[in-house]
Design a protein around this ligand. Structure first.
Ligand code: ADP
Ligand code: MG
Ligand code: MG
Length: 884
């Protein structure tokens, strides 16, 4: 095997597409050399050596030493300079480089090859003793820190003392003699702490550094980073050894970083910073104010220092030419490092530049227009989930802020409001006092829905990304920070304590659901808009995708938002959410608690006008697009009264004794409501409920169609069906109601009746069910629960362990379990369509907005996905990517 790959002098043994073997840095250094771009010569020790090292008790392959020596000799030859020479020493940097850039890996060591003799040679050749000794002390510091594991504060102390002794504050005020003294003390310190001297043998230095790079692959920071980012341990890191070039040899020297386009706005302008007379990471470390590469934008933002194009026009011209060359070659925005030594430019790194979502969109659209990439590539380059950042109000980055705590970014967007501690208070403050509120709870439950709906944001102190608060908030597009364990809530006293502060009911806080941060007071926000490059890319997306995208929406606001974001209909309108309104919940409770049909019908009659109005508004907003309405689904206990006051209120409204209500309440208690009296079981046992809902739907449809002259497309959906017979009975009742309404109104509309597939039995018997159902909608939240036999709300404590132990790779409630739940979907799709070719298939639930799940839906042949309104653009993009 070949272990070492040389580069430099216009040639290289590697290429950009050899990242697996050479790591990102090494592969791109090789590629730049091949392109004739000036790169200091060097070599890359491949990632296979890292793998070998760990498979063979931390030893190297036999031939490695010879290969390294040969590669080093090549550099010496190219530059006419010898490693360890006293006259004219070759110095190198040792740089780690995995396939993916990885914080947590070893820091780069610069100036390796210096010792007490070679430093004098460097001083003579550079004709600059200060520079040479400064380089040497930097090397001792870095090497000791990284390889010898001596804490850097030891050296900082010595340096501080040296400056103090001399009465100066800046490193630059120390001269060669000062540095010599510092170096002597550094070496004493090392000998002291290590029990042996700082290595003077340059080969020992080199192998020490190489060993440290491979060793850092298994340090805690790197292991942790790999876990968090799904990077396999087997990849290994490469080591790059490269001849040093010096940006710190005087005022015709500099070092800098630059981007071929602006990484925060995406503008096609040369963007970057550099420091004159500086080395390596001085720019990033921010020790001095850097200068700009080009004169950018507004006068006001201009620093007082001249830009490179002004003060070093020759170097600038060359750097700008390389910028164009690299961007055209890689066909993407590049992030580059360079150093100028005595007027001569050297490139030290190039890679695909990180960018904001806004910049990513602009760059993709611009590059497609410039003909650098195709539209399809532009679409492929945008991470759908990243669009989230653009779809919610965001904190004004310029606004000042006071951080209280940081927790889980459970639902994106920013919101400010007055703190309230109960859902009832939330509704009272919003409806009566017309205030904006942030609902702060330990955790939320279904009966908090009303309060959650009116809140600007939701903050919980317990629960994870799939907790009730998080899921519901995402569905509503309401910002949510979850699991803020630092916060102590005293509900009785209406106080929360965090960061040494007491926040009372009515005090203002701001949530950033995209970062999980909580701030004191109101931090100003800016509103999202789907315009410009975003809108352009979405237009391209729509020409590619074949999956339709609908939204889950029940309120006019949600429906309007969904349309604004390009939804092609409503895929799930959850009628129960409409009953949590304070005016309706009483009638709802009255209905549930009635112990006979007559009582139920009386209560339902009160609900009918509300429900009809809901549908009228939805149909009007959706302007002829399909609207899938799910009839009542949740276990009745979610509507039950809890307090004595609520019980009394219901009793009064129903004209019965509170005692009767109380006993009905107790009778309706269920041990396992998720598997209890819910879904179509309600429709079977209390037919009048679905009859009322069907009537509301058809009366609304007739009304809107007649008024607007537009067609209205209601799709009536029955939840939790497990047997064809259930659907037969309920469909017959719905058809009967439709005929009655059409006859009364002397006006008919087209409608369909279909079912949710959310029980394994329904998926298996899909062939039969499709004889009655005009469409299937996969309710994958419940289908996941029922397939796994695992409650979403109770999976928190163990799902993390399951993932850590590799039992389930992902949280099946966040990303569809393609092997199990997916198999049921495939079976249902196939059997359903065998019975009814052209059966319309969709998916609703959290998975409808998850890109990986959407790709699955494409493969499974679904017609549409339905997701929360704020995820519609994400789903459109993910659907296009799935179709590419
Ligand atoms: P990182 O991956 O953290 O960016 P690098 O290996 O790129 O680490 O190097 C850190 C800094 O040292 C960068 O500014 C880089 O340009 C500089 N550097 C690395 N090798 C050399 C070299 N041979 N000559 C001059 N500067 C170098
Ligand atoms: Mg770098
Ligand atoms: Mg369901």
């Amino acid at each position: 095997t070949k272990w070492v790959y040389g580069f430099g002098g216009g040639r290289a043994e590697g290429r950009a597409d050899m990242k697996n073997l050479l790591g990102g840095k090494g592969a791109n250094l090789a590629e730049m050399s091949n392109l004739g771009i000036p790169v200091p010569p060097g070599f890359t020790i491949s990632t296979e050596v890292c793998t070998y090292y760990y498979q063979n008790g931390e030893t190297y392959p036999d031939t490695l030493r010879d290969e390294v020596m040969a590669a080093l000799a090549k550099i010496e030859e190219t530059l006419g300079r010898r490693f360890g020479s006293v006259e004219d020493p070759l110095l190198v940097s040792v740089r780690s480089g995995a396939r993916a850039s990885m914080p947590g890996m070893m820091d780069t060591i610069l100036n390796l090859g210096l010792n007490d003799q070679s430093v004098e040679g460097l001083a003579r050749r550079a004709n600059d003793a200060r520079f040479a000794y400064d380089s040497y002390r930097r090397f001792i510091q870095m090497y000791s820190d990284v390889v010898l594991e001596i804490d850097h504060h030891n050296f900082e102390e010595i340096l501080d003392e040296a400056k103090e002794d001399k009465g100066v504050t800046q490193d630059t005020e120390l001269d060669a003699e000062d540095w010599k003294k510092v170096i002597a003390r550094y070496k004493d310190k090392v000998a002291d702490l290590l029990g042996k001297p700082f290595p003077q043998d340059v080969h020992e230095q080199l192998w020490g550094a190489i060993g440290a790079v491979f060793g850092s692959w298994m340090n805690q920071r790197a292991i942790r980073y790999r876990q968090l980012n799904d990077i396999p341990e087997s990849w290994g890191t490469a080591v790059n050894v490269q001849a040093m070039v010096f940006g710190n040899m005087g005022n015709d020297c500099s070092t800098g970083v630059c981007f071929t386009r602006n990484p925060s706005t995406g503008d096609n302008e040369f963007y970057g910073e550099f420091l004159v007379n500086a080395q390596g990471e001085d720019v990033v470390a921010g020790i001095r104010t850097p200068q700009q590469i080009t004169i950018l934008g507004k006068e006001a933002q201009r620093s007082t220092l001249p830009a490179m194009e002004e003060c070093q026009p020759e170097v600038f011209k060359e750097l700008n030419a390389i910028r164009h060359k690299l961007e055209a070659h890689y066909r993407d925005m590049q992030d580059m490092e360079f150093t100028v030594q005595q007027g001569r430019l050297w490139m030290l790194q190039t890679r695909t530049g990180k960018r904001t979502t806004k910049a990513a969109l602009k760059i993709a659209v611009d590059m497609a227009r410039e003909g650098l990439i195709t539209r399809k590539e532009a679409i492929r380059r945008i991470d759908p989930v990243s669009l989230d950042q653009l779809l919610h109000p965001t904190l004004d980055p310029k606004a000042p802020r006071t951080l209280l705590t940081r927790a889980l970014p459970a639902s994106p967007g920013a919101a400010a409001g007055k703190v309230v501690f109960t859902a009832e208070e939330a509704e009272a403050w919003v409806n009566d006092k017309k205030e904006k509120v942030i609902l702060v709870r330990v955790e939320t439950s279904p009966e908090d829905i009303g309060g959650m709906h009116v809140s600007e944001g939701i903050l919980t102190t317990r629960g994870g990304m799939t907790s009730h608060a998080a899921v519901v908030a995402r569905g509503m597009g309401t910002p949510c920070v979850a699991g803020a364990g630092d916060i102590r809530i005293d509900t009785a006293a209406k106080i929360m304590r965090v960061a040494g502060k007491e926040i009372r009911e009515g005090d203002v806080i701001t949530l950033d659901g995209s970062t999980g941060e909580v701030f004191l007071g109101a931090v100003p926000t800016i509103q999202p808009e789907m315009t410009g490059d975003f809108a352009t890319l979405m237009e391209w997306v729509d020409t590619i995708r074949t999956l339709k995208v609908r939204a889950n929406a029940e309120t006019p606001l949600d429906a309007a938002t969904a349309r604004k974001f390009g939804a092609e209909g409503i895929g799930l309108c959850r009628t129960e959410h409409m009953f949590f309104d304070p005016k309706r919940i009483i009638a709802m409770r009255e209905m549930i608690l009635a112990d006979n049909e007559e009582g139920r019908r009386a209560a339902l009659a009160k609900l009918l006008p509300f429900q009809r109005q809901d549908f009228i508004e939805l149909f009007e907003i959706m302007r002829g697009l399909p609207v899938t309405i799910r009839l009542l689904d949740p276990p009745l206990h979610e509507f039950l009264p809890h307090t004595e006051a609520e019980i009394a209120e219901v009793a009064r409204e129903a004209g019965v004794e509170p005692e009767l209500v109380r006993s009905r309440n107790a009778a309706l208690h269920e041990a396992n409501p998720m598997l209890g009296h819910r879904g179509c079981r309600l429709g079977i046992t209390y037919p009048e409920i679905y009859e009322m809902q069907a009537r509301a739907i058809f009366e609304a449809a007739v009304h809107v169609s007649r008024e607007t002259g537009r067609s209205v497309v209601p799709e009536v959906m029955i939840p939790l069906v497990g047997a064809r017979k259930e659907l037969d009975l309920l469909k017959a009742a719905i058809d009967k109601e439709a005929q009655a309404v059409f006859a009364e109104q002397n006006y008919a509309v087209h409608y369909t009746v279909g079912t949710m597939i959310e029980l394994p039995r329904a998926a298996l018997l899909a062939g039969e069910i499709a004889e009655t159902a005009a469409f299937f909608s996969f309710g994958t939240n419940d289908l996941t629960q029922t397939t796994f036999g695992m409650s979403r709300d109770d999976s928190g404590p163990f799902i993390g362990v399951y993932r850590a132990r590799g039992i389930y790779e992902r949280d099946p409630f966040a990303s569809l379990d393609q092997a199990g739940v997916g198999e049921l979907i495939r079976i249902a799709a196939e059997r359903g369509r065998a019975t009814r070719p052209g059966l319309k298939l969709g998916i609703c639930g959290e998975h409808g907005g998850d890109p990986a799940s959407i790709a699955f839906c494409q493969k499974a042949g679904l017609d549409y996905v339905s997701c929360s309104p704020y995820r519609v653009p994400i789903a459109r993009l993910a659907a296009a990517q799935a179709a590419l």
